[in-house]
Every structure is written in C-alpha cells, then in structure tokens.
Design a protein around this ligand. Structure first.
Ligand code: NAG
Ligand code: NAG
Length: 307
C-alpha cells in the first residue's frame, strides 16, 4: 500500500517538474529531460541549446526564424510580413552565422557568394562584396534609439511618468535589463511618438542591447517571442500604452562604411549634376583657351606677313 502511494507521489512530482520544464523567453523552444534542457531547431538536424533564464541571443533567433520560414512554420502572426520601416536595417532577416555564445560572426553571407560585415546587432554596416571581403572584428552597437508610436488613448499621457514607466516596463519584461541604460525618453503627444535612447558606455561588453531591441521589435510589429505572448504595454499613470509601430536606429562604436551605392537617389542626383556642371565648366574653359591661342597665332602670323 505504502509503495503505491510512494509511486503515485513520485509520478505526480515527475509530472510537476515536467510541467516546469519550459522556456519562458522563447515560445518555439522544445524542452525536456531532467535536468530540464531547452533547445531551438535551427536546421533539420541542428538544435541550439538555450539558456531560458535570459533573453535568447538575436543571432539564434534569426537562425530559427529562417529555418521556420523555410519549413513553412509560423514565424509571425496573421497578417504576413510586417512593414519594413527601419532604414538602417533595409536588408531584413537573413540566415546568420553565429558564434557559440550567440554573437554574430562579423562576416555574413546568407549562404550565398555575396558577403558583408555586420555590427553586434547583426545589421549590415558595409557594402556587400564577394566572399573575400575582410571584417576585422565585430563592431559593437552601444546606442539604440527606439522610436515607438503608441495607439490612441483616452486621456493625455503624463510626460513625466513616461520615463519611469518605460524604464520599469523594459526592466520587467526584458529579463534583468538595467533600466539605468534608458537614458532619454522624449514624447510627442501629437504624433503619439515616444523616442527612447538606450545607451551603454563605449567599451562595455557585459550588456547586449540588441537582444532587448529585437524582442521589443517583435513585441510591437509582430507577436511577442515570449511563451505567454503577453502584450508590451507599459503602464503610464492609469492607462496601458499599447504600441503600434517601432523604428530602431543603431549607433555603433565605429561609423559604418557604406559608400555611394547606399546614398539615396536624391543625393546621387545632386552629385551627378555637380559633376556635370564642373565638366561643362572645364570644357568651356578649354575651348575658350584654344580659341584665344588660335587668335594669338593668327595675330602673330599677320604681324609676320609684311616681312
Ligand atoms: C543563464 O543566464 C543567467 C542570467 O543571465 C546567468 O546568470 C546564467 O549564468 C546563465 N547560465 C548559463 C549556463 O550560461
Ligand atoms: C537571404 O536569403 C534569403 C533566402 O535565400 C532571402 O530571402 C533573403 O532576402 C536574403 N537576405 C539578405 C539580407 O540577403
């Protein structure tokens, strides 16, 4: 009799611990075993083991997303592809190469012959080149500007409460993120726009701003990556601010090295006009000089003639 009770209790305990074996920071994770191990499929036979006590590195998330998209698994909610608004990340998602610790490799090729260098957020910061392109090191993104637009609310938003609220919301939601790094919060009530600057000291390598930004991007544009898919809606005063759009700007410790190719059409047009004007000016000068010389030669000849 006692043996049965013991068995039932053991089974219950096992059931309970099995239930605890899940990954709160990644809804696509598969978890099993005792001790509990969680992983993410990033290829047909590739599993990436995860540390679910922290946010998952962006490089692993992008890999998983590419894999799921290839398999036709859901990556986003209904509505399909989100609008691509961030001007600094015009490339969008690619299949990245990750280091063992989840950092991006400095050089990325998306399984093609075309390669480029990325920053620590995995965003392209050079022109695209061929496979021989050199990326000396992974340049760190130390400053991220999140430009959020919130949905319409009933009463006006208390500007002063906003900074604390945003700091708190970020801290609570994005596991152990230091709210001191939320440096500046600006608010434009007419545009319903909240601009949040998240910055760490140059050279600091303990915090990764890019995970937080990526989770927030998904929170706003698509669906949360968290298991419970709870909305990101910071409580300001008495109302929850739901977000409807986000634009992320990246600032790296070293300036990116984009060239002409990435200049916008307008700037290229201006450069072309200026170059054409200079060439036209030079041609006019050249012909004027030549004509003068010809006239001078003729004059000389006329002077010589009578002799
Ligand atoms: C998992 O993440 C937590 C929180 O950042 C950290 O304290 C812990 O050392 C990590 N565990 C492993 C195995 O890396
Ligand atoms: C990477 O490759 C995928 C499919 O092969 C493509 O859809 C995507 O646009 C590529 N991304 C970049 C940044 O080249």
């Amino acid at each position: 009799m006692n043996i049965w009770i013991a068995l039932v209790l053991t089974a219950l305990a096992a059931g309970a611990s099995a239930q605890d074996c899940s990954c709160n920071t990644m809804k696509w994770a598969t978890c099993d075993g005792n001790p509990c191990v969680c992983y993410l499929m990033i290829g047909d036979t590739q599993k990436q083991t995860l540390n679910c006590s922290a946010l998952i590195p962006k490089c692993f998330l992008m890999k998983a997303e590419m894999y799921r998209a290839k398999k036709g698994l859901s990556v986003r909610g209904v509505g399909g592809k989100p609008v691509e608004t961030a001007f600094v990340d015009n490339d969008g998602i690619y299949d990245p190469e990750c280091e063992n610790d989840g950092k991006f490799k400095a050089k990325q090729c998306n399984n093609t012959e075309e390669c480029w260098c990325v920053n620590s957020a995995g965003v392209r910061r050079t022109d695209k080149g061929d496979k021989s392109i050199k990326c000396d090191k992974l340049v760190e993104t130390y400053w991220i500007r999140l430009q959020l637009t919130h949905k319409k609310v009933n009463s006006s938003v208390d500007k002063n409460a906003l900074k604390t609220a945003i700091g708190q919301a970020i801290k609570n939601r994005y596991a152990s993120f230091n709210p001191d790094m939320v440096k500046e919060v600006e608010y434009d009530p007419d545009a319903r726009m909240i601009v949040v600057d998240v910055k760490k000291p140059i050279g600091e390598r303990n915090t990764d701003l890019t995970q937080m930004a990526y989770y927030m991007e998904k929170d706003v544009k698509v669906l949360p990556l968290f298991k419970n898919e709870a909305k990101f809606a910071p409580l300001v005063g008495t109302q929850n601010l739901e977000m409807e759009n986000i634009l992320v700007y990246y600032v790296d410790e070293e300036a990116p090295t984009f060239t002409m190719k990435n200049l916008s059409g307008g700037i290229i047009a201006v450069i072309v006009v200026v170059v054409l004007a200079v060439i036209a000016g030079l041609l006019v000068l050249f012909f004027a000089k030549r004509r003068e010389k010809q006239r001078y030669n003729k004059a000389q000849q006329r002077e010589l003639d009578p002799m």
